[in-house]
Design a protein around this ligand. Structure first.
Ligand code: C5P
Length: 230
């Protein structure tokens, strides 16, 4: 039985066999997987179809940042595979977000998420690329742009979930990676991380957890800890 699709496990593997082994270990405990560029490139789209065929939801994290025509084509390809979510960079602007939203219309199960600011970025990283505002301000600006373009939701860090829920209202999806296990070292997420409980309490609709589960000695126990906060 698949019992939770709000906690998404990121299958960040270079090898299809490793990804399939993890899916087998989690069994019915995980209903929703994220496949990113590493695994998609290494394993090919067949894995997406296989997981969808087995009843899982698949968040295809393509992080699209291209000309609108190419973004639309990639979104249609994701929809044809049966993906439930696909990401586009909000920093690419309204043109590419609107192209993604238009392309997704023929796939009722596909939701377009706008990636605001990756969770590892700090204010000084933004300053380096010529953006002189805080991560919060930039996330908010991009989230408003995404909502205006018709995106179904945004990807942001747990730290911004509350702010975004307040501004966007109850409907849009707020998906937060940068999730750490209770008591664990935040590692590279340190700048803008949080636990799943904190993210959900702040208004996240979904959380994404990767290595905290996939590299754990007991991935099923780790997933339970992510959910329970214990
Ligand atoms: O760090 P973890 O393995 O939990 O990462 C899971 C997902 O979160 C990754 O696939 C990546 O897309 C996203 N992530 C992020 N910012 C980071 C690290 C990971 O958005 N600093």
């Amino acid at each position: 039985m698949i019992n939770d699709d709000r906690t998404i496990v990121a299958l960040d593997f270079a090898d299809r066999g490793d990804a399939e082994a993890l899916v087998a270990r989690l069994g019915g405990a995980c209903g929703h997987y994220k496949i990113g560029l590493e695994l998609l490139t290494a394993a090919g789209p067949g894995l997406v179809e296989e997981l969808v065929g087995r009843g899982h939801e698949v968040f295809l994290d393509l992080k699209l940042f291209e000309i609108p025509h190419s973004v639309a084509g990639a979104v249609r390809a994701a929809g044809a595979l049966g993906a439930s979510m696909v990401t586009v960079h909000a920093m690419g602007g309204t043109g590419i977000m609107s192209a993604a939203v238009d392309a997704a219309r023929e796939f009722p199960g596909l939701r377009v998420l706008a990636l605001t600011v990756v969770t590892s970025m700090t204010g000084s990283d933004l300053a380096d690329i010529g953006i002189g505002v805080t991560p919060d301000e930039q996330v908010l600006r991009l989230a408003r742009l995404a909502a205006g373009a018709g995106c179904d939701g945004v990807v942001a860090s747990p730290r911004e979930a509350g702010l975004l829920r307040g501004v966007l209202g109850p409907r849009p999806l707020i998906v937060t990676p940068g999730v750490t296990l209770p008591g664990a070292d935040a590692g590279e997420h340190a700048a803008r991380s949080g636990t799943a409980q904190a993210a959900f309490a702040a208004g996240a609709s979904h959380v994404v957890v990767g290595r905290g589960v996939t590299r754990a000695a007991d991935p099923l126990a780790a997933l339970r800890r992510v959910r329970s906060g214990g």
